[in-house]
Design a protein around this ligand. Structure first.
Ligand SMILES: O=P(O)(O)OC[C@H]1O[C@H](OP(=O)(O)OP(=O)(O)O)[C@H](O)[C@@H]1O
Ligand SMILES: O=c1cc[nH]c(=O)[nH]1
Ligand SMILES: [Mg+2]
Length: 210
């Protein structure tokens, strides 16, 4: 695996992840937790944003201080479940543009099927963070990043909450230039390509469709 894989094992994230995994957690709380975890992960995933000096005056004196150096971001959730992370990310970067890529996993083959694609027109000027709570086989993330790459963004990161080792391997081999951020690396996939222990079907739990 060539990529840097960052596992964000901050205590606040690990604590919230426990409640996210719990099968007794209902839709409202699940949604809130996904959003809160996304905010915490956004903080870490934007750590390398470049800064520049500006001159200001405090009530006391003139000072040279820092602001983010005009770097433009775009968040690209993979529908549906990635939508649950968008508001949490926008809490920290409200000016980011948001693109959408619609993919679902075919129930028999477990392969992703594309059904929607709308990206910001100026994406080539932007650093992109692709969002999806689950990285299972890696097929959806690989296809979504391939789609984003066609529009030539400045850089791409992938941010998920739970990753399976199989997905991390597949994604880092397919896109070795993409940094991957996750909150946990789980044990393995089951025979239906669901993550164990995982949290079940993220999309269904966010939208209450099961
Ligand atoms: O790594 P993979 O094996 O591709 O699996 C991960 C994908 O599966 C889930 O989406 P799903 O197909 O359930 O669609 P949904 O978000 O609409 O529920 C999840 O949100 C990822 O997009
Ligand atoms: O465990 C899994 C695997 C894929 N998609 C999910 O939502 N959960
Ligand atoms: Mg789903």
């Amino acid at each position: 695996m060539d990529n840097k894989i960052f596992v964000m094992d901050h205590p606040l994230i690990q604590h919230k992840l426990t409640f996210l995994r719990d099968k007794n957690t209902g839709t409202k709380e699940f949604r809130e937790l996904v959003s809160e975890i996304a905010t915490l992960m956004c903080y870490e995933a934007t750590r390398d944003l470049p800064l520049m000096d500006v001159e200001i005056e405090t009530p006391m004196c003139k000072a040279t201080t820092k602001v983010i150096a005009g770097r433009k971001l775009a968040f690209v959730p993979i529908l549906r479940a990635g939508l649950g992370m968008v508001d949490g990310m926008l809490q920290l970067v409200p000016s980011a543009k948001v693109g959408h890529i619609g993919l679902y996993r075919d129930h028999e083959t477990h392969l992703p099927v594309e059904y929607y694609n709308k990206l910001p027109p100026d994406i080539e000027e932007r650093d992109v963070i692709v969002l999806d709570p689950m990285l299972a086989t890696g097929g959806s993330a690989i296809d979504a990043i391939t789609i984003v790459k066609r529009s030539n963004p400045k850089s791409i990161k992938f941010l998920c909450i739970i990753a399976a080792p199989e997905g991390l391997k597949a994604l880092s081999e397919a896109h070795p230039d993409v940094q991957i951020y996750c909150a946990a690396v789980d044990e393995k996939l089951n025979e239906n390509c669901y993550i164990l222990p995982g949290l079940g079907d993220a999309g269904d739990r966010i939208f209450g469709t099961k």
